[in-house]
Design a protein around this ligand. Sequence first.
Ligand SMILES: CCCCCCC/C=C/C(=O)SCCNC(=O)CCNC(=O)[C@H](O)C(C)(C)COP(=O)(O)OP(=O)(O)OC[C@H]1O[C@@H](n2cnc3c(N)ncnc32)[C@H](O)[C@@H]1OP(=O)(O)O
Ligand SMILES: NC(=O)C1=CN([C@@H]2O[C@H](COP(=O)(O)OP(=O)(O)OC[C@H]3O[C@@H](n4cnc5c(N)ncnc54)[C@H](OP(=O)(O)O)[C@@H]3O)[C@@H](O)[C@H]2O)C=CC1
Length: 264
Amino acid sequence: MIAPRPTAQECKVLPAAALRDRLALVTGAGSGIGRAVALRLLELGASVVGVGRRAQRLAETAELAKTSRFRYQALDLRDRPAAAEFVAGLGGLDLLVNNAGGQFVAPAAEISRRGFDAVTDLNLTAQASLLLAARPGLAARGGRVVNLSLSAPDRGLPGHAHSAAARAGIAALTRSLARRWRAEDIRLFCLAPGTVLTAGAGEELPAGDLARIVARTPLGRDTTPGEVAEWVAALGSGAADAVSGALIEVDGGAGLVAAAALPG
Ligand SMILES: CCCCCCC/C=C/C(=O)SCCNC(=O)CCNC(=O)[C@H](O)C(C)(C)COP(=O)(O)OP(=O)(O)OC[C@H]1O[C@@H](n2cnc3c(N)ncnc32)[C@H](O)[C@@H]1OP(=O)(O)O
Ligand SMILES: NC(=O)C1=CN([C@@H]2O[C@H](COP(=O)(O)OP(=O)(O)OC[C@H]3O[C@@H](n4cnc5c(N)ncnc54)[C@H](OP(=O)(O)O)[C@@H]3O)[C@@H](O)[C@H]2O)C=CC1
């Protein structure tokens, strides 16, 4: 049985102004999930700073946002000094959404050292650096962090050995920092979507593979960008402050079953 896929409107369950007067930094805000998150946080009253490498994509998000509460900066997050300088310049920060990421699909034996480094750098080390740079700003405001991961990295993802290692790493880092930083009133969460049919996912895997992965998902459907955005907003709003350091899998139960067949 296929569970009903909510419309964009049906995903919106938080009260209006739930994030009024908050400042959020969203990485990868020029496309897919990051754009959906940025737009939803704005809708809920936050001011949002979006970053990504391509200014044109961020400008498109700004056009959709239609509010001066959105500003953006082109930035390669793997340039750690530049990223650290940028985040320090923001001052107090209520929410950091570590969303920028991605990988290529390849059998583990065909991933070169540089390929492994490129993926772990983007999905783990760059996220970790940004977190450390944002720490003073987050501590100043009792801020929250949502680190994006990928569902079930610890249960074996064919073709994703490099990414699974990085994604499991970010989940572990989230837990470690949640424990250490609670003294500074910073809360951290790790949010792990299953399959979200963004253009980025379409570049990573052929449509047929994505369809097979979705078909094997217990709920029989993909996760929508609107659902992910609402989870991020809820975690950022304080509604989930009884939770600390958790890995939350928003994946239609994909992590409960064996991964679909892909090379490697
Ligand atoms: C069962 C699994 C379920 C999964 C469901 C689907 C879930 C979807 C999840 C998503 O994350 S969707 C988001 C999708 N968007 C992306 O993934 C795009 C992002 N990808 C990239 O931007 C790049 O691939 C990268 C990971 C950042 C690497 O870019 P970079 O510019 O740093 O790399 P290069 O300089 O080009 O290459 C470095 C190194 O990597 C090797 N390499 C690159 N591509 C491949 C490949 N397809 N296969 C094998 N190796 C690759 C490249 O050859 C270089 O290594 P050397 O040759 O120099 O040794
Ligand atoms: N779609 C899915 O099924 C799933 C996605 N995810 C994760 O969710 C996140 C968003 O995915 P999605 O929206 O689908 O994919 P996209 O490819 O659309 O998003 C990735 C974003 O990251 C930005 N980015 C990539 N590299 C860098 C960099 N070095 N510096 C700054 N920004 C960078 C990209 O912008 P630019 O290229 O302009 O830099 C882009 O906006 C990713 O981390 C992804 O891995 C997790 C589970 C499932």
